[in-house]
Design a protein around this ligand. Structure first.
Ligand code: COA
Ligand code: AMP
Length: 625
């Protein structure tokens, strides 16, 4: 098949195109209406279809005769465990948890917050919710109690599912005290808190709210998948926006299943039985889509890795997993390989393992820097495939369409728009930019199936954040350009979102934390370049007149506040006291210039600046660390 024909048809005849792709999943009721416009070019997919996502991920594989095939491999170097579940076993576990939740009154449409480490029970919890039509909202385990509380108040869940601890290399992180703190802070109080007890830390349970997972499922009646509407929400996943309050991205059941199943062929060229490993975390969209849902929709074996690229126990960890489980397809973030390359520049560890099962390596989550691309090519001799997407889209906006037609890769480019995405490079008014010139990357509406429906409980915010800026387009928040051959180059965010080790964080949210310090008058947080993590946040702080705090002490306090409010993953380690902040005449802080100064780049003095001498003053203060 040829990519151009497939892409053109997806844009010119989307109804026919997606009806055909919809036939690749099992529906309870096949949709008659493929697309229904709501307003302003946005709308719903497969409106009158009915299905169950857990049925497609699990039971459909049993019906296809894959019951005894391995569905899930749990590999945990931090606990020295390897454990496999066949499709029969995983279906059984999911059905029992689903039955137990149902017996506790959790029904279709109820929300369930899941705060779990990388253990099979996280997968079982998500699929268990999907089975009874409950809407899961997974919160990444690295977020602090305050962030969890914010999400609890926004999603108003009936239940929360957690584990007694997570393990970070050799550090045991007790989750239950964090959950208790979050529940105490949150205004909304879930009725039920299910706790999976791990041997490394036993949590205290507060009866009657807290229930032990094992006791809950012991005598549970297995639940069958319930029919949900295609447009019913499958999950809410919070992501950073430009303000302090995270946005709850809402994903439907039908569009999600169709798009993800299609992506397994288009992007990853995966077949049933392939061993698919996504080294990410279930708390991020990459984990939702490609650790759990898509590999199971496609009848693959998925690997759940509770470890790091380095230090568990060494920079050979990834190669070891590939060898042990005969991984065929690997997907991770570039930062993971930057960490490996830093510790093992000559890839000596790779020589100790047999990775011949591996066919391709996929990278996403942040820009794939040419140095990492070259290193991987040189040492693995495999296709290294960059693809670009975001929490909001749930699957690749741009990819190398390997399953249809393998394109020549160009380092620095995520290749071509995936069929269904009418990607355009535009200026702020929506006018198309000529090839080679940078602009905003926007997607002409409608978005294909699988993309967000709205922001949970705040449709106005959804419209303001994504649709209002350029009428008729979805604004991705990324900037970049298209070259003469139609390859898309994504250069970075155009808003206040930064990307730290593949984790998306909001500088606005960090500024709220810094400003809440009693000695701080004003502040600004910018993302500065970091060789391993891509970006790291740096705070510039103006202290209040009369405040006598020592600058190092202030920095320490701000670092601690950030860990307490957002979490250690913010990697906020530097706060610099400055005398003034550069502003426009209308009072807006000039963040872009500050970022350039932090990176040691040349900058142009903006004509709107009220006092250009501040820039030199700040450049002098930026001491290397
Ligand atoms: N639970 C609790 N704490 C967590 C956590 C979790 N799930 N994940 C990270 N943290 C903590 C770490 O322990 C660390 O804390 P510390 O400051 O007390 O040491 C802090 O958050 C920063 O962690 P991390 O970003 O993982 O940095 P690192 O230096 O330990 O490791 C990498 C660097 C590159 C190895 C690591 O960031 C990595 O594996 N990145 C891949 C990212 C990824 O998969 N992204 C998904 C998007 S595709
Ligand atoms: P998240 O929603 O956490 O997945 O983060 C999405 C953001 O990560 C995007 O908007 C981009 O800024 C960035 N990103 C993801 N993949 C890529 C990629 N392949 N190249 C460049 N940036 C990327």
């Amino acid at each position: 098949m040829d990519y151009n024909a497939e892409f053109t048809r997806s844009i010119s005849r989307p109804g026919d195109f997606w009806r055909e792709k919809a036939a690749d999943i099992e529906w309870i009721k096949f949709p008659h209406t493929i697309w229904q416009a709501k307003d302003n070019g946005h709308g719903d997919w497969f409106t009158d279809g009915e299905l169950n996502t857990s049925d497609i991920a699990l039971d459909a594989n049993l019906r296809a005769g894959r019951g005894e095939q391995t569905a899930l491999i749990y590999d945990s170097p931090v606990t020295n465990t390897q454990q496999s579940y066949t499709y029969n076993q995983l279906t059984d576990e999911v059905a029992r948890l689903a039955g137990a939740l149902k017996a506790r009154g959790i029904e279709k449409g109820d929300r369930v917050v899941i705060y779990m480490p990388m253990i099979p029970q996280a997968v079982i919890a998500m699929l268990g919710c999907a089975r009874i039509g409950a809407v899961h909202s997974v919160v990444f385990g690295g977020f602090a109690a305050h962030e969890l509380a914010l999400r609890i108040d926004d999603a108003t869940p009936k239940a929360l599912i957690t584990a007694s601890c997570g393990i970070e290399v050799s550090k045991v992180i007790a989750y239950k005290p964090l959950v208790d703190k979050a529940l105490a802070q949150a205004k909304h109080k879930p009725e039920l808190c299910v706790v999976y007890q791990r041997a490394e830390a036993i949590a205290n349970l507060q009866s009657p709210r807290d229930v032990d997972w094992s006791a809950l499922v012991r005598d549970a009646e297995p639940a069958a998948p319930v029919a949900v509407k295609s447009t019913d929400p499958l999950y809410i996943l919070y992501t950073s926006g430009t303000t302090g309050k995270p946005k709850g991205v809402v994903r439907d059941n039908g569009g999600h299943a169709v798009a993800l199943k299609y992506s397994m062929k288009l992007v990853y060229d995966a077949s049933p039985g392939d061993v698919f490993w996504t080294a990410s975390d279930v708390g991020w969209v990459v984990g939702h889509s490609y650790i759990i849902y898509a590999p199971l929709f496609a009848g693959c074996t998925t690997v759940l890795y509770e470890g790091k690229p380095v230090r568990t126990p060494d920079a050979g960890g990834f190669w070891r997993v590939i060898q042990d489980h005969k991984v065929n397809i690997l997907f991770t973030a570039p930062t993971a390989f930057r960490a490996v390359r830093k510790e093992d520049p000559e890839a000596d560890f790779l020589k100790k393992y047999d990775i011949r099962s591996l066919k391709r390596i996929y990278l996403a989550g942040e820009r794939l820097d040419p140095a990492t691309y070259d290193w991987l090519r040189e040492h693995t001799h495999l296709p290294i495939l960059d693809h670009w997407w975001q929490t909001e889209t749930g699957w690749a906006i741009c990819c190398n369409p390997t399953g249809i037609e393998m394109m020549t890769t160009k380092p620095g480019s995520a290749t071509m728009p995936s069929p269904g995405y009418d990607v355009q490079i535009v200026d702020i008014r929506g006018n198309q930019m000529p090839a080679g010139e940078q602009g905003q990357i926007a997607i002409k509406l409608p978005l294909p199936p699988g993309c967000l429906q709205t922001v949970w409980g705040n449709d106005e915010r959804f419209r303001e954040s994504y649709l209002d800026a350029i009428p008729g387009f979805y604004s991705t928040g990324d900037g970049g350009f298209e070259d003469e051959d139609g390859y898309i180059f994504v250069m970075g965010r155009t808003d206040d979102v930064i990307n730290v080790a593949g984790h998306r964080l909001s500088t606005g949210e960090m500024e709220e934390v810094v400003s809440s310090h009693p000695a701080v008058a004003e502040c600004c947080v910018v993302g500065a370049h970091d060789d391993m993590k891509g970006q790291i946040p740096i705070g510039l702080v103006l202290i209040k007149d009369g405040a006598t705090i020592d600058h190092d002490e202030l920095e320490d306090e701000l670092v601690e506040m950030m860990r307490d409010k957002i979490g250690a993953i913010a990697c906020f380690k530097r706060a610099m006291v400055v005398d003034r902040l550069p502003k426009t005449r209308s009072g807006k802080i000039l963040r872009r210039v500050l970022r350039q100064i932090a990176d040691g780049e040349a900058y142009n003095v903006p004509s709107t600046i009220d006092d250009p001498s501040i820039l030199e003053e700040i450049s002098d203060q930026f001491r290397p660390r």
